[in-house]
Design a protein around this ligand. Structure first.
Ligand SMILES: NC(=O)c1ccc[n+]([C@@H]2O[C@H](COP(=O)([O-])OP(=O)(O)OC[C@H]3O[C@@H](n4cnc5c(N)ncnc54)[C@H](O)[C@@H]3O)[C@@H](O)[C@H]2O)c1
Ligand SMILES: [Zn+2]
Length: 358
């Protein structure tokens, strides 16, 4: 199954299916020269590296850089270490970088690819559900700065994305469920029929039924690809992908990134955003409740954890990069399947949402 991302000369395919990592015929055409550098991490390498190494063309010399596992390694230090490695192994302009792993590996490898020799070929092989439906698609690359997530980065598109659904079999259940949050997000922001379908197939989805999962990943990629094709650099429309994320990021900040996975925070954020949308006279209360029920059925949290106060959340939201010219800007839902960017939100409505004991 293939989804195309249409970006003129930077267009590329997302290949979605089973057994793709070991498929030499699939990978071969995207490798230009004779050098390949695989970047992966210490968890993913033992699981999938060997299979991947067998699918490179015979002419290639393949070097492998293994990162330690964790968001705390998505740093300039790791970035520099990978650059040093490429220099040491004499990689040139025609090398191909391959990111094998979740969003952390993908984001950092993408940023190396964007900047090494002013930009080299790179392939994303996402191995988490979140990476398959979100971070590997759309060309955002970054590392973190001690004072802020994703503060250093570039827009840089891969030459292809290979989403091998087989990799999800080894993914921790909690990581898998967290990835579902972004899938539901696509339904809320873009496609009411997809949202209905997700509601109807939640049991199969959670059981990782091959057909259902593949369709969910494919539809998610199609929606993200369409949004990115219209607004690659987030001048406007692309911001809708941040639905639930201003609340979600604030929650991650307030809980110091220790308590919740990103997708879990986003699930709670989507429910808060729906409540806030209702307070702005947008989404009907029945639809807001439906979003909460659907996320809950998917196994996601939907309420602020105990001890997280409204004012701490509100302050953290003020620090978010979605604040434009001192006004809080939010993506709010008009109904399931349609959102809009509201430039000057009613801050008392936001506070009510945060303080609301539902
Ligand atoms: N570029 C973008 O547009 C974008 C979008 C969303 C998120 N992100 C970034 O993505 C990152 C989060 O990505 P993530 O959720 O994939 O986290 P992650 O990369 O940390 O992966 C989660 C965990 O799963 C492990 N893992 C990966 N694949 C596995 C597999 N197949 N089997 C077993 N374990 C596996 C990893 O080693 C890690 O421990 C964040 O840094 C976030 O900023 C980027
Ligand atoms: Zn997200």
């Amino acid at each position: 199954m293939r989804v195309q991302v249409h970006l003129g000369e930077r267009s590329y395919p997302i290949e979605i299916g089973h057994g793709l990592i070991g498929n030499a015929a699939l990978l071969g055409p995207y490798i230009a020269g004779q050098q390949v550098a695989v970047v992966t991490n210490s968890t993913v390498a033992p699981l999938y590296l060997e299979r991947l190494q067998q699918s490179f063309p015979d002419r290639c010399v393949v070097d492998v850089f293994v990162l330690d596992d964790g968001e705390q390694y998505k740093t300039l230090e790791s970035y520099t270490a990978i650059l040093d490695f490429l220099m040491q192994h004499r990689h040139n302009r025609s090398t191909t970088l391959v990111a094998l792993g979740g969003g952390v590996v993908g984001d950092i490898t993408g940023f190396v690819a964007a900047t090494f020799q002013r930009g080299v070929n790179y392939i994303q092989i996402p191995t988490t559900l979140l990476a398959q439906v979100d971070s590997s698609v759309g060309g955002k690359t970054a590392v973190n700065h001690p004072r802020g997530k994703n503060m250093i980065g570039a827009f840089y598109q891969p030459v292809c994305v290979i989403a091998d659904m087989d990799t999800l079999a080894t993914l921790a259940e909690r990581e898998f469920v967290a990835g579902l949050a972004e899938i539901y997000k696509y339904g809320v922001i873009w496609d009411a029929k997809f949202f209905d379908w997700l509601e109807d197939h939640v049991v199969d989805l959670r059981a990782k039924d091959a057909k259902v999962l593949q369709r969910a990943v494919q539809t998610s990629c199609e929606i993200k690809a369409r949004v990115v094709a219209e607004d690659e650099r987030e001048q406007g429309l692309r911001a809708i992908l941040n639905y639930g994320h201003t609340f979600g990021h604030a929650l991650e900040t307030v809980t110091e990134y220790k308590q919740l996975l990103h997708g879990e925070a986003v699930a709670i954020g989507m429910v808060l955003a729906a409540d806030c949308s209702e307070r702005h006279g947008l989404i009907a209360s029945g639809d807001a409740a439906r979003i909460e029920r659907a996320l809950s059925a998917a196994g996601l949290p939907t309420r602020l954890p105990r001890g997280v106060g409204a004012s701490a959340m509100f302050d953290a939201m003020g620090m978010d990069k979605k604040v434009v010219d001192g006004k809080l800007r939010l993506v709010l839902a008009e109904r399931i399947g349609s959102v809009k960017i509201v430039d000057a939100v009613n801050t008392s409505a936001v506070l009510q949402t945060l303080g609301n004991e539902r």
